[in-house]
Design a protein around this ligand. Structure first.
Ligand SMILES: Nc1ncnc2c1ncn2[C@@H]1O[C@H](COP(=O)(O)OP(=O)(O)OP(=O)(O)O)[C@@H](O)[C@H]1O
Length: 578
C-alpha cells in the first residue's frame, strides 16, 4: 500500500484539511506578485492603479493602503495556513509511523518461523528502524509540495495573463529542464538503492559486533579481521555508493535550482529579439520568474527525498512480500485437548542455497502419548531440533500428516493445538515477564516455582515482571522453565534444556521435574545428550541423518540421588520443604 493512501486512510479529514491549507497557501503566495505589481509605475499596464491612496500609519506613510492591507493579510494567511498544514500532516505522520510499524510487527508475528529464520533478524530490524522514517519523511513533504506546486501553477497563470507567448516559452523551458534533470536523478537513485542493499549487510555486521563482542575481545587478530573485512568493508560500500549517489544528486539539485534562471536569461537575451514585448511586461515576467525560482527549486529538491522514500518503500514491500502470511485460519482459537500425538510419514526440507539442496528429515513415524517421556537423542546435525520444531508445529510438514488423536493439524486446527504446547528451544528467548497470564492468580505459583528452581534468592516477581534477567545461563534456563510451567501445557518440549545445568540440578530435572510432568499427564519430549539419564525416558528416539529409530527406555532412575527419586512431584517437594 502506498504511504499516501496510509495517510489518507489514517485521518482522511485531517489530510484533506492539510492539503487544502497547503493549496490555499500556494494560492496566497501567487497573489503576492499581482499585489506588488499594482504599485509599480513601470509594471504592466493591466495592473496600473490610477490614484495611489496614501495614509499615515504609526507615523509611516503607506501608499496604496488597501493593497498594503491585503498584502499583510495575505502574508499572515500564508504563515497560518502553511504552519497549520505542516503541523497537521506531521502529527498524522507520527500516527502513520506507528501504524506502519504496527503492521510490520503483525506481519512478523504472523509469519511462519521458517520464513523468519530465512529472512533473518538484521534485515527485519533494518527495515523497521531505517526504512520507516524515510518513508514517512517523504510523505510529510506533501503540504510543501502542494504549496509550491500551486504557487508555480499560479505564477504560470499570471504569465499567461501577461503574455501567452512568454507563458508557452517558459512552460517549454521548464519542461525541458525537468526532463533533463531526470537523467542524473535516475543515476543517483540507482546508487542509493545499492547503498541501501549494503546497509543490510552492515546491520548484520553490527549484530555480529554486539553479539560476538566476547569472542572478538579475546583476540586482536579476530577483532582486526572482523573490523577490516566485515565492518569497514560494508561501511566502505555503503559510504562510497551513498557518496556517489549524493554527489550526482547534488549536481541534479543545483541544475534544478538554475533552471528558472536559465529561463530568465533566455527571455531577457533571446526571446525579446523575436517577440515584441513591452518593458513593463518584461519587468513583470522577470519578477514573476524570480519569484518562482524558489518553488521550482523546492519542487525539484523534493524529488530526491521522494525517491529515497520510494527506495525505502520498495525495500519494505520487497521484504514483507517475502514474508508469507502463515496459513492459520483459527488464530487465537481456544486450546484443543488431546491424548496422543502422531507423526505419520512426516518429512521436511530446509530451502537449499544455490546448487546445494537443504537438509532433509523424514519420512518419520512417531507417536507420543500424554503421560509419556520421550527422549530424542543423536549426533549434532542429525535433525533433532528440526524434529522438535515439527512437533511444536512451528515447521509445517512438507509431506505426511501430524495428528492429535484423530484430528489432523491443518490451517483450521493448528492454532488450537499450538496453545497446548510449551517449548524451551536451545535458542530460547526469555521475556522479562510471563505473558498472557493472570498476574495476581499466578503469583503464589511463581513464588513456589522460584523456590523449587533455586531462584528465590536471585529473582523476585513484582509489578508483573521478574526483577532481573542478569542471571547465569543455567539460572536463566530455570526461569524459562518456570514460565513454561505456568503455561500448564499438554506437551512440553525441551531442547537440550539441561545442557548447562550443574550436576545437582541436572538430576533434579531428569529425576524430579520430568517425572512430575509425566505424573500430571503431560507429554514430555526432551532432546538430550545426557546419556547418564537416558533411563529417565519411557522411550528413546534416536536420530541420524534426519531419520529416526526408536529404542526402549526404562523407568528406572539411574544415577539419581535417592532423596530425589523419593519425591516424584517437585512442586510438592517445594511446598513440603521446611
Ligand atoms: N534455519 C535453518 N535453515 C536451513 N538449514 C537449517 C536450519 N537449521 C538447521 N538446518 C540444517 O538442519 C541440520 C540439522 O539441524 P538441527 O538443528 O535439527 O540438528 P540437531 O540434531 O538439533 O543438532 P545439535 O545436536 O547440534 O543441536 C543442520 O545440519 C543444518 O544443515
Amino acid at each position: 500500500m502506498s504511504i499516501l493512501s496510509s495517510f489518507s486512510q489514517r485521518a482522511p479529514n485531517k489530510v484533506f484539511i492539510a492539503m487544502l491549507l497547503g493549496t490555499l497557501a500556494g494560492m496566497a503566495y501567487t497573489m503576492v506578485i499581482p499585489l506588488v505589481m499594482n504599485v509599480l509605475d513601470q509594471g504592466p499596464a493591466a495592473f496600473a492603479t490610477t490614484e495611489p491612496e496614501t495614509i499615515s500609519l504609526f507615523g509611516w506613510q503607506v501608499s496604496h493602503y488597501r493593497f498594503a492591507l491585503l498584502f499583510v493579510a495575505n502574508c499572515v494567511f500564508i504563515l497560518l495556513a502553511r504552519t497549520a498544514s505542516q503541523v497537521i500532516l506531521s502529527r498524522v505522520a507520527l500516527d502513520v509511523t506507528t501504524d506502519l510499524r504496527d503492521r510490520m510487527y503483525r506481519r512478523i508475528s504472523q509469519a511462519p518461523i521458517a520464513e523468519l529464520e530465512r529472512v533473518g533478524l538484521a534485515r527485519l530490524v533494518a527495515s523497521i528502524t531505517a526504512d520507516v522514517p524515510v518513508i514517512v519523511a517523504g510523505a510529510r513533504l506533501l503540504p510543501d509540495l502542494l504549496t509550491n506546486a500551486v504557487t508555480l501553477a499560479g505564477v504560470l497563470g499570471f504569465l499567461l495573463f501577461l503574455s501567452p507567448s512568454v507563458f508557452w516559452f517558459v512552460l517549454g523551458c521548464i519542461a525541458l529542464g525537468v526532463l533533463t534533470y531526470q537523467l542524473p536523478m535516475m543515476i543517483a537513485r540507482r546508487y542509493l538503492i545499492r547503498a541501501r542493499g549494503h546497509l543490510d549487510h552492515l546491520h548484520e555486521g553490527i549484530r555480529g559486533l554486539v553479539h560476538g563482542a566476547k569472542e572478538l575481545k579475546l583476540s586482536s587478530d579476530k577483532r582486526r579481521d572482523y573490523a577490516e573485512n566485515v565492518l569497514a568493508l560494508n561501511e566502505r560500500l555503503v559510504r562510497e555508493t551513498a557518496k556517489t549517489g549524493m554527489s550526482v544528486m547534488s549536481v541534479a539539485q543545483n541544475y534544478g535550482n538554475l533552471i528558472v534562471l536559465f529561463v530568465i536569461g533566455a527571455i531577457a537575451f533571446v526571446f525579446v529579439n523575436y517577440h515584441a514585448i513591452g518593458t513593463g511586461v518584461l519587468a513583470g515576467v522577470i519578477m514573476a520568474l524570480l519569484y518562482v525560482t524558489a518553488p521550482v527549486a523546492a519542487l525539484l529538491n523534493f524529488v530526491p527525498q521522494l525517491s529515497m522514500a520510494r527506495v525505502a518503500q520498495r525495500k519494505v514491500d520487497e521484504l514483507f512480500g517475502q514474508l508469507a502470511h502463515e496459513d492459520v485460519a483459527d488464530d487465537g482459537a481456544p486450546r484443543r485437548e488431546w491424548q496422543r500425538l502422531r507423526l505419520q510419514q512426516v518429512a521436511y526440507r530446509y530451502p537449499g542455497r544455490g546448487e546445494e539442496s537443504g537438509f532433509h528429515i523424514g519420512p518419520i513415524d512417531l507417536e507420543i502419548a500424554r503421560g509419556e517421556i520421550v527422549f530424542i537423542v543423536g549426533g549434532n546435525g542429525s535433525g533433532k531440533s528440526t524434529l522438535a520444531k515439527l512437533l511444536t508445529l512451528h515447521y509445517r510438514a512438507a509431506s505426511g500428516r501430524v495428528l492429535f488423536d484423530d484430528v489432523e493439524v491443518d490451517a483450521g486446527t493448528v492454532s488450537g493445538f499450538r496453545s497446548g504446547i510449551a517449548a524451551i528451544y536451545s535458542d530460547y528467548y526469555l521475556f522479562d515477564r510471563p505473558l498472557g497470564i493472570d498476574e495476581q492468580a499466578a503469583r503464589p505459583e511463581i513464588e513456589r516455582y522460584l523456590q523449587l528452581l533455586g531462584l528465590s534468592g536471585k529473582v523476585s516477581f513484582a509489578d508483573g515482571r521478574f526483577s532481573t534477567l542478569s542471571l547465569s545461563d543455567g539460572q536463566r534456563r530455570r526461569l524459562a522453565l518456570l514460565v513454561a510451567f505456568l503455561e500448564d501445557a499438554l506437551l512440553y518440549v525441551f531442547d537440550e534444556w539441561a545442557a548447562d545445568q550443574d550436576p545437582t540440578f541436572k538430576a533434579v530435572f531428569y529425576g524430579e521435574i520430568l517425572p512430575a510432568l509425566k505424573a500430571r499427564g503431560k507429554a514430555v519430549v526432551a532432546i538430550s545428550h545426557d546419556d547418564r539419564y537416558f533411563a529417565a525416558a519411557d522411550r528413546v528416539v534416536v536420530m541420524a541423518d534426519g531419520m529416526v529409530s526408536s529404542g526402549a527406555g526404562t523407568q528406572t532412575m539411574l544415577s539419581l540421588p535417592e532423596a530425589m527419586v523419593a519425591s516424584p512431584d517437585p512442586v510438592a517437594a517445594a511446598t513440603d520443604a521446611p
